[in-house]
Design a protein around this ligand. Structure first.
Ligand code: PLP
Length: 465
């Protein structure tokens, strides 16, 4: 396996600057720091897929702002839109007033939506983060239906504010927050490799759908009529778990038959990432609401909730907020949405993603710590396992979180930024920009394979010592 060495670049800054910044960050910022712990980098420059630290090292960024940067860092189209808007003298902050930029962004966004959805859609500009739009979706459906309970899935991630956290699956972030889990019914997401029914494959997904349906119809099942079901078509933070299209169609049928609004969270899976502009398009379902953020702002903060007009039940001010009119984000976002469409980046994500996934899958024989390779388009997950442990009934070996952390660090040594997610944070997640070149895709896989090989060889040597 070959690894391209990362060429250091002269920047005139010393390592000492980076060390001091990192020390100050550790001293001043909250202990909830996340990425900053795994990546001791002080970025000063970035372009496309490459990010450069104060120390002059360059990294291939396969995290892309947690899936935000559809066009990579500082794409010329995005910079041009921002510059043009700044030079135009447009107000940068206008609460929720109409602006030409908002009008144009809404045009651009609606043009990307499945037609059957766009034709009857309303949009709510939310606070700037994905969690704000998830929160808005839950509130809207609770208002529209007069119900409180929400159906949500194992492995889900919808954000960190109270409602979004309540419908998310991560136990450790919820446990310290009193009362957080109220009014949520948890359902099994079809995670083939670690199937909640121990069946896996299509059968596992069928069982998940059958369980959901029977539970909702069971007068003693304990589930009061729900205000909504919320799901991700491909779980991202949950370890890059794509739901089978048939399962999504089953969820659509089950919710429609019972008058339960279906909210699809496309915060991470949207804007071409999965090889469709929106991940729901793979299955052809039309949800009642879609939650969007990350890439729609072209790297600036923007979040919206788009929903069927029938649910437009809010009174004026029912979902107010100061930051609902980020002019620069709308300009950068509109430019991004149009560029993704114009340059066929959706198709590119599907092709490059399939190639990367196939190569990773091929590495499993050589690298038995790779338990599962899955994903859709350029949303790819590599679940790392203990190759020496016994497999379960689905053939899955136990997660290897320590190994995954070592692999992430070994990737960083090789100039590659990858993040972990999923159960026990044992899944390496690849979220490269849609503009990734063939050479960059190869370099990512070379570096990742080399890192896994080195870390597992060291583990093997330790175990046999
Ligand atoms: C599917 C999904 N929903 C919601 C969120 C929350 O977005 P934010 O971190 O911007 O609040 C995320 C973040 O990763 C996400 O992946």
């Amino acid at each position: 396996m070959t690894m391209q060495p990362t060429a250091p670049v002269e920047t005139g800054r010393s390592l000492h600057d980076a060390g001091a910044s990192l020390r100050r960050q550790r001293a001043r910022e909250s202990s909830a720091r996340t990425y900053a712990r795994s990546f001791p980098i002080v970025p000063v420059r970035a372009r496309g897929m490459v990010i450069e630290g104060t120390d002059g090292r360059r990294y291939l960024d396969c995290l892309s702002g947690a899936g935000t940067l559809a066009l990579g860092h500082n794409h010329p189209v995005v910079l041009e839109a921002i510059r043009r808007t700044l030079d135009s003298g447009a107000p940068l902050h206008v609460l929720d007033l109409a602006t030409p930029e908002k009008d144009d962004f809404t045009d651009a966004l609606f043009a990307t939506l499945p037609k059957a959805f766009a034709d009857k859609a309303r949009v709510q500009f939310c606070g700037p983060a994905g969690t704000d739009a998830a929160e808005a979706a839950l509130k809207l459906m609770q208002t529209a239906t007069g119900r409180r309970n929400v159906l949500a899935f194992t492995g889900a991630y919808h954000g960190m504010t109270a409602g979004a956290l309540a419908v998310s699956g991560g136990v450790s972030t919820k446990r310290p927050v009193a009362g957080i889990a109220a009014d949520v019914t948890r359902l099994p997401y079809p995670y083939s490799y670690r199937c909640p029914f121990g069946a896996g494959g299509e059968r596992g997904a069928e069982l998940s759908a059958a369980y959901t349906e029977r539970l909702l119809d069971d007068p003693n099942g304990g589930v009061v009529p729900p205000a909504a079901m919320i799901l991700e078509a491909v779980q991202g933070e949950g370890g890059v778990v794509p739901a089978p299209d048939d399962w999504l169609r089953a969820m659509r049928r089950i919710t429609a038959e019972r008058d339960i609004p279906l909210i699809v969270d496309e915060v991470q899976s949207g804007v071409g990432r999965t090889g469709a502009f929106w991940a729901v398009e793979h299955s052809g379902i039309v949800p009642d609401a879609m939650v969007m953020s990350k890439a729609i702002g072209g790297s600036l903060p923007l979040a919206v909730l788009v929903y069927h007009e029938d649910y437009d039940s809010w009174l004026p001010g029912a979902h107010a907020g100061t930051f609902r009119g980020n002019t620069l984000a709308m300009a950068a976002g509109a430019a991004t949405l149009r560029y993704v469409t114009r340059e066929n980046l959706v198709e590119r994500a599907a092709t490059v993603g399939a190639r990367m996934t196939a190569r990773l899958d091929g590495l499993r024989a050589e690298l038995p710590a790779i338990g599962d390779v899955r994903g859709r388009g350029l949303m790819i997950g590599v679940e790392l396992v203990d190759p020496d442990a016994e497999p379960d009934s689905c053939g899955a070996r136990p997660c290897a979180p320590a190994l995954a952390q070592q692999v992430r660090a070994a990737c960083l040594d090789r100039g590659l930024i990858v993040e972990l997610g999923g159960r026990f944070d044992a899944t390496v997640r690849l979220l490269p920009p849609l503009v990734i070149t063939d050479e960059e895709a190869e370099a990512v896989l070379d570096r990742l394979a080399d890192a896994i090989a080195e870390v597992t060889a060291a583990q093997h040597a330790r175990r046999s010592a």
